[in-house]
Structure formats: structure tokens, C-alpha cells
Write a protein that binds this ligand. Structure first.
Ligand SMILES: Nc1nc2c(ncn2[C@@H]2O[C@H](COP(=O)(O)OP(=O)(O)OP(=O)(O)O)[C@@H](O)[C@H]2O)c(=O)[nH]1
Ligand SMILES: [Mg+2]
Length: 295
């Protein structure tokens, strides 16, 4: 039998390029939330793909930005950590994009000694001649990188890239038990599902001022009962989240419940309430409490 391979495959890139879409496609589960808004992902999230003779440990990371407040600095710490332990680095760009939002990260990619796969995503919305021009551009920028055009959304070239990553993985015993899919507890997925609905339904700054904490998660034979708090930074935001006659909040609850029933494959009852936690995203203690501590 072939020797066992295992390693860390870390996905980095600008916001909204499709990093989470790719990780979910590789894992075959919705581990990371996906929306059309930038900064959807706030943590480093592991997705583990197990085969008889390999274990691929993927990391989805937040999109690279220049941080403006503490929460964003912590998000960039997750990205930095992803440069440090990668066996294979996936740098994802989307069609039409020219450079990373932060040049220091780009220099890190340029100077890294690990294998770099540059994935040019969203080719389903691109013309052939644009695609060729982009491949050439990135080849000049990163001569050492392997370039693969893909569509993470439509699963184009995703399997081929997956096979190529396995080739690049070092020989190693598995790092995690073979049945493990992620490093995150169940409550994390509850929080993220609720946050996804908030990103989808509220405008401007609201989703970025929100953090979720699931206080109760009780699984019975038939049903999982959960209670989660939606935290906002200011009183005015609380009213917006709740909405007229509570309708906006109700919608978040209904949609999150449907997704969570699919995710856990069980009936779900979810109770939501809203609380003001003044300026939590600039407060180091609060950030630690919500799991944004440097790794
Ligand atoms: N047309 C097209 N859209 C895509 C593709 N991959 C992802 N998207 C869309 O791009 C948007 C962002 O996708 P995400 O996977 O959330 O992107 P991300 O890089 O994880 O974003 P952040 O977490 O905010 O950094 C979503 O609306 C996706 O549906 C693709 O291959 N083609
Ligand atoms: Mg993401």
C-alpha cells in the first residue's frame, strides 16, 4: 500500500473571492458560511478531508484587508498563522483582480518556500481571452506558483486541483482522528448560520457590528434546542435587528432553523434574543471571549 500523506492546505486571498465556497466544495459539507458580502469569514476554520491513504486539512481564512479595528486585526492574525503552518498554500484570486489588498501579504506569498497554487476563480463569468490574459499576468507576478483556473461555484476543475494537492502533500501520519471533519464545536456552526442570515438581510454596518453567542445547545433524541444571543454594538442597532413587530428577527430565526435542521439532520428549536455589548469589536477581552484570540 502507498505511504500515508497528510498536511495543512491553507486558503488565503482577498475578501469575497470564493475561499469558503472552495473549502466547502472540497469537504462536501457547508462548514463555512458564504455570502456576497466581503468579510463573511472571521475565523480560521478547519475542514478535514479523509481518505484511506491521505488526510487533507484545509483552512479557510478571512479575506485579507487592512485592519481598521481590533476585530479585523484579530482576523488578520488568523491569516498570518495560516502562512506559518501551510504545507501547501492556496492563493485564491478572482477574475479581474490585480493584487492583494495588503502588499506585505503578497510579498509573503512571493517569498514563501512552500508550494503555492494560485487558483483563478469565477471563470464561469469570464471570457476566454480575458482568462488567458489573467493567467499570463499572474504567471509574471508569481513565477513559482502553479496556476489553475477554476469555478468553485460550478465545480469546474475543482477535482483536478484536489488531486494535485494530494500529490503535493508530504508523507505523514494523520494529525486528526480519521472521522473528524472540523476543529469547531457544534455551537460554532449555530453562531455562523445565524450570522449568515444577518449578512444576507441587513445593510451597511449592521452585519459587521454583530456577534453571536449560543448559550444553550441541548440535544434530545428528537430535537435540538438552542438559545442564541445576537450581540450588537449600540442601542440603535438592536432595534434594527428586531425590526417592526419583531418581523426581521423572526425571519432570521426561521431561515437559520431550516439550515441548521439540514446541517444537524434533526429537528431544531431556536430561540433568539438581542443584546447590546458596547463596542465589543474593539474590546480585547470581549474578542477573546468570542474566540478571536491569536493562535
Ligand atoms: N460566479 C461565481 N461566483 C462565485 C464562485 N465562487 C464563489 N462565488 C460567489 O462569490 C461570493 C463570495 O464567496 P465566498 O466563498 O463567501 O468568498 P470568501 O472568499 O470566502 O469571502 P470572505 O469570507 O468574505 O473573505 C459568493 O456570492 C459566492 O457565491 C465562482 O466560481 N463563480
Ligand atoms: Mg469566506
Amino acid at each position: 500500500m502507498a505511504k500515508h500523506k497528510a498536511g495543512f492546505v491553507n486558503i488565503v486571498g482577498n475578501p469575497n473571492v470564493g475561499k469558503s465556497t472552495l473549502m466547502n466544495a472540497f469537504v462536501g459539507e457547508k462548514l463555512s458560511i458564504i455570502t456576497s458580502k466581503a468579510q463573511t469569514t472571521r475565523h480560521r476554520i478547519l475542514g478535514i478531508v479523509n481518505g484511506d491513504d491521505f488526510q487533507m486539512i484545509l483552512s479557510d481564512t478571512p479575506g485579507i484587508i487592512k485592519p481598521a479595528y481590533e476585530l479585523q486585526s484579530s482576523m488578520m492574525d488568523f491569516v498570518k498563522s495560516a502562512f506559518e503552518d501551510a504545507d501547501v498554500l492556496i492563493y485564491m484570486v478572482e477574475i479581474g483582480e490585480k493584487a492583494l489588498k495588503d502588499e506585505s501579504f503578497f510579498e509573503k506569498i512571493k517569498n514563501s518556500t512552500m508550494p503555492v497554487l494560485l487558483l483563478l476563480n469565477k471563470i464561469d463569468i469570464s471570457e476566454q481571452n480575458v482568462l488567458e490574459e489573467q493567467v499570463q499576468y499572474w504567471q509574471e507576478q508569481l513565477p513559482r506558483a502553479e496556476i489553475h483556473p477554476i469555478s468553485a461555484l460550478q465545480n469546474f476543475n475543482v477535482k483536478e486541483v484536489f488531486e494535485r494537492i494530494i500529490e503535493l502533500l508530504p508523507e505523514s501520519p494523520p494529525y486528526y482522528p480519521k472521522e473528524q471533519l472540523t476543529d469547531r464545536p457544534e455551537r460554532f456552526f449555530v453562531n455562523e448560520t445565524i450570522r449568515e442570515k444577518i449578512l444576507q438581510h441587513y445593510k451597511k454596518e449592521i452585519p459587521y457590528a454583530v456577534e453571536i453567542e449560543t448559550e444553550e445547545f441541548i440535544e434530545d433524541e428528537e430535537i435540538i434546542r438552542m438559545r442564541s444571543v445576537i450581540m450588537v454594538e449600540r442601542d440603535s442597532q438592536k432595534g434594527i435587528i428586531i425590526g417592526h413587530k419583531g418581523n426581521a428577527l423572526k425571519r432570521v430565526g426561521v431561515e437559520a432553523r431550516k439550515d441548521l435542521e439540514k446541517f444537524f439532520d434533526k429537528q431544531v428549536h431556536i430561540e433568539l434574543y438581542v443584546k447590546v455589548n458596547k463596542n465589543w469589536r474593539s474590546n480585547p477581552n470581549q474578542l477573546r471571549r468570542f474566540g478571536y484570540n491569536p493562535q
